[in-house]
Design a protein around this ligand. Structure first.
Ligand SMILES: Nc1ncnc2c1ncn2[C@@H]1O[C@H](COP(=O)(O)OP(=O)(O)OP(=O)(O)O)[C@@H](O)[C@H]1O
Ligand SMILES: [Mg+2]
Length: 321
């Protein structure tokens, strides 16, 4: 049995638009160990959400996984039947999003929405669902679960709504929880509460977590490893500690230099000039070359091969150290 809950190899996600084909995610490979918390970091438009949506089979019709294998718990998500896939989504693998207000139904009580996840599976009695709903709300850090169950989304604060979303994400006891910018809309204090809750859930239930954020400071709070993404590619990956102490890729260095000044999703980086190119733009073999102060001819003509800095620390750049 593999020690990894998720093994992604050469995954490409292609966008079909106006007669063109564009790779929004370009041959990325990574693993998530059972019970591990892994981060994906990168600026706005780098393909983080596309990666998450591809894993959950939630891509829109004009966007498709076109290459690679996606092994989840020993099964290839690309080759299993739609019925098997539905079985996994929302139970063994679940996802929480950034905007709790748009993901929650304003007309339904919190308890009903959280419990509905189990109701859909059809395997649980009413009493069981109620008990599990209370347990999930409690684990997600809602102080008075019995009362919260009866409330409507608008009666909760932003932080409470995000906790309710977390409860929905964990009620089926997933093996992997994908959290796409779960704290970006929250103030800094609430953000760290929510991250602590995710960490505690990981420790108590052993669920692996894939945490997506544009902020390395957030990643650093709970992730043991991090993948740095730029324009659809992973450019560097390693243990969070190593990446923060000894980053090698010029893009990672730029992300780190901008940690204290940058809290806004979508804001440009203080320390790197320019912006992430749109997917429709032709990119050089090293996608970062046009913004990189170390770039020379080779970056525009050859694809940077994979380099191993240490066992866990991998880099895709022509200019090592
Ligand atoms: N529905 C869509 N149709 C066409 N292009 C899209 C669509 N959604 C996203 N894109 C493009 O795909 C690329 C990757 O987007 P993605 O949402 O994965 O970025 P992200 O890293 O999650 O960014 P953010 O930090 O803003 O959430 C971007 O260039 C984006 O403009
Ligand atoms: Mg996103």
């Amino acid at each position: 049995m593999s020690e990894n809950i998720l093994e992604i190899k050469h995954m490409t996600v292609t966008l079909y638009e106006n007669g063109g084909e564009y790779k929004v995610v370009n041959r990325i490979s990574f693993n998530v160990g059972k019970g591990e918390i892994v981060g994906i970091v990168g600026e706005s438009g780098c393909g983080k959400s596309m990666t998450a949506l591809a894993l959950q089979d939630l891509l829109k019709n004009h966007i498709k996984v076109t290459e690679g294998s996606m092994m989840f718990d020993g099964k290839d998500l690309r080759t299993i039947s739609p019925a098997e896939r539905r079985q996994i989504n929302g139970s063994d693998m679940s996802m929480i999003f950034q905007e709790p207000m748009t993901s929650l139904n304003p007309l339904q009580r919190i308890g009903t929405q959280v419990g509905e996840v189990l109701l859909l599976h059809g395997k649980h009695s009413r009493e069981e669902i109620e008990a599990r709903t209370l347990e999930a709300l409690e684990m997600a850090g809602l102080p008075d679960p019995k009362r919260t169950m009866r409330m409507y989304p608008h009666e909760l604060s932003g932080g409470m709504r995000q906790r309710a979303m977390i409860a929905m994400g964990i009620i089926a006891r997933p093996k992997l929880l994908i959290a796409d910018e779960p704290t970006t809309a929250l103030d800094v204090t609430t953000q760290s509460h929510v991250l602590n809750i995710l960490k505690r859930i990981n420790e108590q239930t052993g669920t692996a977590i894939l945490l997506i954020s544009h902020d390395l400071g957030v990643i650093n709070m709970i992730c043991s490893r991090v993948l740095v993404m730029y324009a659809g590619k992973i450019v560097e990956q390693g243990r969070t500690e190593d990446i923060l102490k000894a980053p090698v890729h010029p893009y990672t260095k730029g992300l780190i230099a901008s940690i204290p000044t940058r809290r806004m999703k979508g804001a440009s980086l203080a320390s790197i000039q320019g912006r992430v190119p749109p997917v429709t733009e032709e990119k050089p073999p090293c996608p970062f070359a046009s913004r990189c102060d170390r770039a020379d001819k080779v970056c525009f003509t050859e694809y940077p091969g994979r380099k191993t800095i240490s066992e866990d620390h991998i880099l895709w750049c022509h200019h090592e150290l």
